[in-house]
Unconditional design. Structure first.
Length: 497
């Protein structure tokens, strides 16, 4: 169970959790806590420390000091500790998954999957890091015009320093480790600011790293509301890199942050373009998985279907039949559709639904909501003047726009301010390639719903969907700098020459 046994140390009284700094679990001197509301019961489930600016300052100093000796720790040893943390994480998947169920209403099985996937991600990062960080470059000068072979250039990969990691609520554990593990293997230290909804899951995950035996001060986790400590953290002079996943907040951070590398994964309005020759059963199955898994609260969720008019009726019927089979209820029962993360999120979704109703969208199901629980809803005949055609509900509501040409679909996709992923369904691979090339998104999936994984694949958004690229290899490369040493010889020298 969460907060018991091995995890008892992280608890401070009943349901209140400590923050992590200098290798210890601590209570904030602010004397304040932040409540975490269970999306299903809408009651306080846990509390976390509201860390003060002073505590953040202290953590930044600790992280800076710890990083210096970590950078001198052999790569194989860093990898060994990461493998150990991964094993502990997987071994303790049950209590961490329990937190995910209670804090973010993720269905029980998916919660376990998130923890296991996270352990795998940590191990893979350790292996990948050992391979790619051990490689450098050797250049000779006479390949550039006007030079003789008098200079040998050696390049190596060095850490950035302190990495600030800020994950979102929907994958608090997985999107935390996807930042922590590349940072660590590359020799950086970590300050983690977990999302408020998902903070306790993150604290349990951090404890697994603690148990693995990482040096004191190397990994730190400060809790508190993003709206209160966020700016202080992201503008802190001690931060050398920010890896952030979330919504529009990321756009604001990128304008405020200093001259440091930024890795930003933000929102998306992933389009699913369906051509006349598509396998409609395959499309319907992917729309259900893509649009409704975790109740649509994935940045990579299918968020708008753009279907050719000639096959639209048939596709909508197939999707409707599948929507009818989705189970709706609490995450503990492993229902397909569970309450969305907060009341404000449910209200926002409702606003989009009402707007679509007023403007004449066809409701394939009756709109139903109880508290934060919203029943899955497919909206047909959505037009571009409706908000739902452009905004991301981050909930179980999916708009269908009927199109008369492929160009119309591509135009709608590209008119969005987002550009995370998209997908196209057709049996004609040549057409699929041309459409993929024309879509202004970081990734296009052919004949499957958008998805981030497998986690070593590059993952990136363009336009308002992000800066830089994630995926295990890209994240490691993003969290290093290249350092060069040039050996200058008195005379040209040719090996064996
Ligand atoms: N592209 C991607 O990979 C993903 C994108 N998203 C997008 O994120 C949104 C929903 O996720 P959500 O978690 O609500 O996103 P938010 O942007 O609201 O929050 C993300 C993280 O930022 C923190 N935060 C809030 N304010 C600040 C601030 N001023 N400075 C620094 N950090 C801050 C939050 O903390 P706190 O919780 O305490 O407010 C949280 O940890 C959706 O728009 C979705 O599309 C979500 C997941 C993945
Ligand atoms: O945060 C998100 O929503 C993701 O990064 C998407 O991950 P997934 O495609 O594995 O659900």
């Amino acid at each position: 169970m969460a907060g018991t046994g091995l995890f008892a140390e992280i608890l401070d009284g009943e349901h209140a959790y400590k923050y992590y700094a200098d290798g210890e679990w601590k209570k904030s001197t602010s004397g304040k806590t932040v409540a975490i509301i269970n999306p299903t019961t809408r009651k306080t489930q846990y509390k976390v420390q509201a860390c003060s600016q002073e505590e953040v300052n202290k953590v930044m100093d600790l992280a800076k000091t710890a990083q210096k000796s970590w950078a001198k720790t052999p790569l194989w040893k860093r990898a060994e500790l990461l493998h150990k943390a991964a094993a502990i994480l997987k071994e303790h998947k049950a209590p961490i998954a329990e937190c995910l169920v209670k804090e973010i209403a993720k269905p029980a099985k998916d919660s376990v999957t998130e923890v296991v996937r996270s352990g795998d991600l940590v191990s893979y990062t350790a292996e990948e890091g050992v391979r790619i960080l051990g490689e450098g470059k050797f250049l000779v000068s006479d390949s550039f015009p006007g030079n003789e072979r008098t200079k040998y250039c050696l390049t190596s990969k060095i850490p950035l320093g302190v990495v600030l990691a800020i994950p979102p609520f929907n994958y608090p554990v997985n999107l935390a480790v996807s930042k922590i593990s590349p940072a660590l293997i590359a020799g950086n230290s970590i300050v983690l600011k977990p999302p408020t909804q998902g903070a306790v899951s993150c604290l349990h995950m951090v404890h697994c790293f603690h148990l693995a035996g990482f040096p004191k001060g190397l990994i730190n986790c400060v809790t508190g509301k993003g709206s209160e400590i966020g700016d202080f953290l992201t503008m802190h002079p001690g931060v050398n890199c920010i890896s952030f996943t979330g919504g529009d907040t990321g756009v604001a951070i990128s304008k405020k942050a200093g001259m440091i590398p930024l890795q930003m994964e933000l929102g998306g309005k992933d389009a699913c373009i369906v051509l006349e020759d598509a396998d409609l059963d395959l499309v319907a199955a992917n729309i259900i998985k893509g649009g409704f898994s975790y109740s649509g609260q994935r940045c990579t969720a299918v968020k708008v279907v753009l279907v050719m008019e000639s096959v639209a009726d048939s596709l909508v019927e197939k999707v409707k039949a599948k929507v009818a089979k989705l189970t709706v209820g609490p995450p503990e029962d492993d229902c397909d559709i569970t309450p969305v993360v907060s009341e404000s999120s449910a209200n926002y979704i409702e606003g989009l639904v009402k707007d679509a109703k007023e403007k004449g969208a066809t409701f394939c199901q009756e709109y139903k909501r109880e508290g934060n629980l919203i029943w899955p809803l497919l909206l047909d005949n959505v037009r571009p003047d409706m908000r739902i055609a452009w905004e991301e509900p981050f909930g179980p509501v999916l708009p269908v726009l009927r199109i008369n040409s492929v160009e119309e679909g591509i135009h709608h996709c590209n008119a969005s301010n987002f550009g995370l992923q998209g997908c196209v369904f057709t049996k004609d691979i040549n057409k699929a390639m041309l459409i993929s090339d024309a879509m202004e998104t970081g990734t296009v999936q052919i004949n499957s719903a958008p998805a981030r994984g497998p986690d070593h694949f590059p993952f990136q958004g363009i336009k308002d969907s992000g800066i830089g690229s994630q995926g295990i290899t890209n994240s490691i490369n993003m969290m290093i700098k290249v350092k060069t040493t040039v050996i200058n010889l008195p005379t040209p020298s040719y090996t064996m020459g």
